[in-house]
Design a protein around this ligand. Structure first.
Ligand SMILES: N[C@@H](CCC[C@H](NC(=O)CCC(=O)O)C(=O)O)C(=O)O
Length: 363
C-alpha cells in the first residue's frame, strides 16, 4: 500500500506537508507517484494516465482551449530537513519548513488540490506530475512523456508550479554541465619530480573561473543573470601518488538569448587547452509573455499581487514546453532564493494565495 495523501480537496497546506513527508529524491519517486495516482484515480471528472513515475490527469469538457499545469515531484537530496515542520511567530509569519516546500511540492500540492476541486474549469486542464527534473536532462520525466505520448502534452498554455514567490517568472536560463580535465603523469609522491601533478595543473582552470565576469542579459524586458561556476572537483587515487587526472565540473547558466551550441562554444573557448566533455545541456526559454493566453494569466496574477514579472534564473521545463511550441510561464509558491537550500521554507499564505489565484483564473 502506498502512503496515503489526505483528502485532496481539504487544506492545501496540510496537503503540501503530506507530499513533502513522502521523500522523493530524484530516482526515488515511486512511493510519491503511487500516492498521487491513488488520490487522483477516484476523482470522477479526470482521466488518469501513467508513464513510469509520471502522472497525467485531464478533463475532457470540450472547451476551446486547454491549459497544462505541470510540476515535478522529485527533489534534491534531503539534508536532515524532513519530516516538515511548521513555525509560526508572533509577528504573523507562518512557514512550512523542509525539503521540497519551495522546490516544488507547494506547487504540486496546489495543482493536486485544484485538480480534485475543479470539475468544470473554464478551459480544459491537463495536470502533469512528473519525475526526474532535478537531474540530467536526458532523465527528465516530462521529456520522456514528450517522447512516448506527445498527445498527452498538447495544449495552448503551460503553467509550471516552480517557485516564484507567488508572482510570475518568465522564461528561464539555460544550463550546461561540463567536465574540464587537467592531465599529468603519475609518480610516487616521494619522487614527485618524476611526475606531473594534474591537481596543480587544475589551478589554471580555477584561475579562469575566478577571473570570469558573468553577464547580466536583458531578454524581452527581463534580466537574466548568467553564472560560470565549479560545482565539483575530483583528482587523485591514493594519498602517496602524484595524480595524473583532475576533473573540475563546471556549471554554466546562460541567458535564453544564447543557443545551446553557442553556450557550448563559449565554454570550450574559455577552457581552451583543456579537455572539455559536456555532460548535460539544456537550452533556456525566452519569456514568451506576449502570447495572448499567457498575457491574460500574467495580467490576472499581477493585478492580484502588484508585482511585475521577473526572469526565472534557474532552469525549468518552460524550456521544454517552448520547444514543443506551447507557451509557458512559471508560477508557484516559495521564494526561489530558498530552492535547494537547507533552510528551505515556504510561507503558508503563499501556498493558499497561489491556489486561490489559480482557481479564480480557471473558473
Ligand atoms: N537538467 C537540469 C535540471 C535542473 C533544474 C533545476 N531547476 C530549478 O532549480 C528550478 C527552481 C528555480 O530556480 O527557481 C536547476 O536549475 O538546477 C540540471 O541538471 O541542471
Amino acid at each position: 500500500m502506498p502512503p496515503a495523501l489526505p483528502d485532496l480537496t481539504g487544506d492545501v497546506v496540510d496537503l503540501t506537508a503530506a507530499i513533502c513527508d513522502i521523500p522523493s529524491v530524484s530516482d526515488d519517486e515511486r512511493a510519491l507517484a503511487d500516492a498521487v495516482e491513488a488520490s487522483l484515480r477516484p476523482v470522477g471528472h479526470l482521466e488518469v494516465l501513467r508513464d513510469g513515475d509520471a502522472l497525467v490527469a485531464r478533463t475532457d469538457l470540450g472547451r476551446p482551449r486547454r491549459v497544462i499545469i505541470a510540476g515535478h515531484i522529485d527533489t534534491v537530496p534531503v539534508a536532515g530537513n524532513l519530516p516538515t515542520w511548521r513555525a509560526s511567530a508572533e509577528d504573523g509569519t507562518d512557514e512550512l519548513w523542509g525539503r521540497g516546500t519551495v522546490d516544488m511540492k507547494g506547487g504540486v500540492a496546489v495543482a493536486l488540490h485544484l485538480a480534485a476541486r475543479l470539475a468544470a474549469p473554464r478551459w480544459d486542464v491537463t495536470w502533469v506530475f512528473y519525475d526526474h527534473e532535478e537531474v540530467a536532462a536526458e532523465a527528465n520525466g516530462l521529456g520522456r512523456l514528450a517522447r512516448h505520448h506527445p498527445d498527452w502534452l498538447a495544449g495552448d498554455l503551460a503553467l509550471l508550479g516552480e517557485p516564484t514567490g507567488g508572482g510570475i517568472e518568465g522564461g528561464c536560463n539555460g544550463t550546461l554541465r561540463a567536465d574540464v580535465v587537467a592531465t599529468g603523469r603519475t609518480a610516487h609522491s616521494a619522487r614527485a619530480w618524476r611526475g606531473v601533478n594534474a591537481v596543480h595543473a587544475a589551478g589554471e582552470i580555477l584561475d579562469r573561473l575566478r577571473s570570469y565576469r558573468p553577464r547580466e542579459v536583458e531578454v524581452d524586458g527581463l534580466s537574466y543573470r548568467e553564472g560560470m561556476n565549479a560545482v565539483r572537483i575530483t583528482g587523485g587515487i591514493a594519498s602517496n601518488m602524484i595524480p595524473d587526472r583532475c576533473v573540475v565540473t563546471v556549471n554554466y547558466r546562460f541567458a535564453p538569448s544564447l543557443s545551446p551550441s553557442d553556450a557550448e562554444a563559449h565554454v570550450r573557448e574559455l577552457f581552451d587547452g583543456f579537455e572539455v566533455e559536456v555532460t548535460d545541456l539544456a537550452g533556456g526559454a525566452r519569456p514568451g509573455l506576449e502570447d495572448p493566453l499567457a498575457a491574460e494569466f500574467v495580467a490576472a496574477v499581477t493585478a492580484e499581487t502588484g508585482a511585475e514579472p521577473v526572469a526565472k534564473q534557474g532552469w525549468t521545463d518552460v524550456a521544454r514546453f517552448a520547444e514543443l511550441g506551447v507557451p509557458a510561464v512559471n508560477f508557484g509558491p516559495g521564494d526561489p532564493l530558498l530552492a535547494h537550500a537547507d533552510d528551505e521554507r515556504c510561507p503558508v499564505r503563499q501556498i493558499r494565495s497561489c491556489a486561490a489565484a489559480l482557481e479564480a483564473w480557471l473558473t
